[in-house]
Design a protein around this ligand. Structure first.
Ligand code: URA
Length: 223
């Protein structure tokens, strides 16, 4: 568990005025419980994604970005799509936004190794444009299979595109955040995209409220 001083530092790094919640920090998952990549078809799924040619993005990508973390995680974070750095490194959220996402997790007492982080689509759209409908449709089966294997206790939809896609709605993010939705019976909380937070410092307080809602939700599900 993070000590309070460290936690305060992370919150400060996010630009958040600090007050301490009395909520218990989610337990660190025992390393014995970490999923091995071979189980439940995870390996097969990873291989399928790596060789995917279901849409035109396979022609422009450097590599697919399957996701990283613990495939038995309680927390599943789903972003929009890989950007340039992710396409180069084959990992989700590795640029500046990724660093802020790591800080957001740390503020909740979590590490990237404890959660699973992926995207709605597994290949970078050229020039980071929004994913097209056919690209989302082609890729969605992979996400559903990841969800079925991981069986998380909570899903964080990171940013507007992820939230709208997962919840099948056109509502703006402001209307989607601040409440607990469900996806296939799993609670889903919408959070601001860290790239947006890097541009809109004023929203960081609301971002912390979203994270608190997520922590409250998972804590409730554990009783
Ligand atoms: N933005 C996303 O939504 N996903 C990434 O992996 C990186 C940036």
């Amino acid at each position: 568990m993070l000590d309070n001083v460290l936690r305060l530092n992370y919150l400060e790094a996010m630009g958040i005025d600090v007050w301490m919640s009395r909520m218990p920090v989610p337990a660190v998952i025992d390393s014995d419980c970490l999923g091995t990549a071979a189980n439940n078809g995870w390996d097969t799924l990873q291989t399928e994604v790596a060789g995917c040619t279901k849409c035109g993005l396979c022609e422009t990508r450097t590599q697919t970005v399957f996701g990283t973390g613990n495939n038995k995680a309680d927390w599943l974070l789903i972003g929009e799509a890989p950007g340039q750095h992710e396409d180069e490194q084959g990992k989700p959220f590795v640029g500046n936004a990724g660093q802020l996402l790591t800080e957001m997790l740390r503020a909740m007492g979590l590490t990237r190794e404890e959660v699973f982080i992926t995207n709605i689509i597994k290949c970078r759209p050229p020039r980071n444009r929004d994913p097209h409908v056919d690209e989302v449709e082609s890729c969605f089966d992979y996400l559903q299979r990841q969800l079925a294997i991981i069986q998380p206790k909570i899903i964080l939809a990171v940013g507007r595109i992820a939230a709208q896609t997962l919840l099948n709605t056109d509502l703006p993010l402001a209307k989607l955040r601040g409440k607990v939705h469900t996806l296939d019976d799993t609670p889903l909380v919408v959070v601001y995209h860290p790239a947006y937070l890097l541009r809109s410092l004023a929203e960081k307080r609301k971002a912390w409220q979203d994270l608190q809602l997520a922590m409250q939700t998972i804590n409730k599900s554990e009783y």
